[in-house]
Design a protein around this ligand. Structure first.
Ligand code: FAD
Length: 358
């Protein structure tokens, strides 16, 4: 949606399709880091996120038992860009949809591509509803399981499991929570992100060598058991878990796709090209940054589209590779119970690199 809106703003006709007939996302929250907020500011959406999500200047670290350890004072990356934030995914999706509609982009739902044939100066596209068309450019921003990638990138890899699974529960804000919180030092790293004045979500990472599917009805009891030793606001959330709680569990997968990310005038973007784990909370940020960079590189006056795609890839590959490999490494450290000082130093260094301009 970010890419579609940016291209449409420059007067380019965009045809947007999505496989999901209901065009919606899971009820979980999402953490929006400073670099991601910087990306949303450039999309012109920072005020929307401030109004409908939550932004904070600080995160507190607690021992999982609830004992306060220290505060992380997170400095804003730029004047006017908050250090940290969160929002419920359906709210963010709705805000993005409003931008798509305001840009008068036609949207076709329940649709995917069934054949992509590159040809000089364009791509012939066949859709699953029997329609077809010829386009100057096809952007495959269609998730970690990208259908565009499967059709047009034979050298691509299936993102492998990382060995951890991520739990998320959405719930009302604990009364004493004032900003983000991390709970470390136990078997299951966890954190709470505020997503609006009244809502938060809690995430928790669990070793998952079996890549297990857990039926919905088993989720509340299992999460309650994992959080048995937690104190503080995490313990408060555990005590609110009930059979109707909005809980989501996903075994994690990640991969930087090998170059090239473009085949003629078909290009991959977002999780389709650079799917990461939540350890640096940067997947959405990387997708938005990639949209901004693709738009910038295509806008260079007098440039062929193929040259713009090569420039996009050259700018995005090293940064996305660093974020993905660092995120995977943080997960490995958690699995081997690395010393807190080693863990913190690694995360701090990765966050410093992430803060640099892209
Ligand atoms: C457990 C977990 C927690 C996470 N937490 C965070 C976090 O806190 N912060 C953060 O920044 N990131 C987080 N991420 C990562 C983030 O969710 C993704 O990086 C981000 O959603 C990628 O956006 P995308 O647009 O590339 O793909 P998606 O959000 O997956 O959107 C892809 C779209 O393409 C559509 N689609 C799929 N297949 C097809 C097809 N074949 N044809 C047509 N359309 C198709 C889908 O319906 C969807 O609308 C997390 C990820 C996980 C797994």
């Amino acid at each position: 949606m970010a890419t579609a809106v940016l291209l449409a703003k420059r007067g380019i006709f965009v045809d947007l399709i999505d496989l999901d007939p209901a065009w919606k996302v899971s009820g979980a929250g999402i953490t929006i880091t400073g670099p991601t907020l910087r990306g949303y500011q450039r999309l012109g959406m920072l005020d929307d996120i401030k109004a409908h999500g939550a932004v904070t200047a600080k995160t507190s670290i607690f021992h999982f038992s609830g004992q306060w350890v220290r505060d992380l004072d997170e400095l804003p990356l730029e004047e006017g860009v908050p250090a940290h934030g969160g929002i419920m995914r359906p709210v963010l999706h709705q805000l993005m949809q409003e931008r798509v509609h305001a840009a008068k982009i036609p949207v076709r739902l329940g649709i995917t591509v069934t054949a992509l044939t590159p040809k000089p100066g364009g791509v012939d596209v066949m859709f699953n509803d029997g329609s077809n068309g010829t386009y100057d450019l096809v952007v495959g921003a269609d998730s970690i399981f990208s259908g565009v990638r499967a059709l047009a990138f034979p050298h691509a890899i299936d993102p492998p499991y990382t060995g951890q699974g991520c739990w998320r529960i959405s719930c009302p804000k604990p009364p004493s929570l004032v900003h983000g919180e991390f709970y470390l030092g136990g078997d299951y790293p966890a954190g709470i992100t505020q997503c609006s004045a009244d809502d938060v979500y809690l995430w928790l990472l669990e070793p998952d060598a079996a890549h297990e599917h857990i039926p919905d009805e088993a989720l509340p009891a299992r999460l309650r058991a994992l959080m048995a030793g937690f104190g503080g606001n995490a313990g408060w959330i555990r005590d609110q878990i009930h059979e109707g709680s909005v809980i989501n569990y996903r075994p994690l997968k990640a991969a930087i796709q090998p170059m090239p990310w473009f085949n003629g005038r078909i290009v991959l973007l977002g999780d389709a090209a650079h799917a990461t784990t939540p350890h640096l909370a940067s997947g959405a940020g990387m997708a938005v940054e990639s949209a901004l960079v693709l738009d910038e590189e295509l806008a260079v006056s007098g440039r062929q589209i193929e040259d713009g795609l090569a420039a996009y890839q050259a700018r995005r590959f090293p940064r996305c590779k660093d974020i993905i490999e660092s995120s995977i490494e943080i997960g490995r450290m958690q699995l081997r119970h690395a010393a807190p000082a080693e863990h913190t130093a690694f995360v701090d260094a990765a966050l410093l690199r992430l803060a640099q301009s892209y």
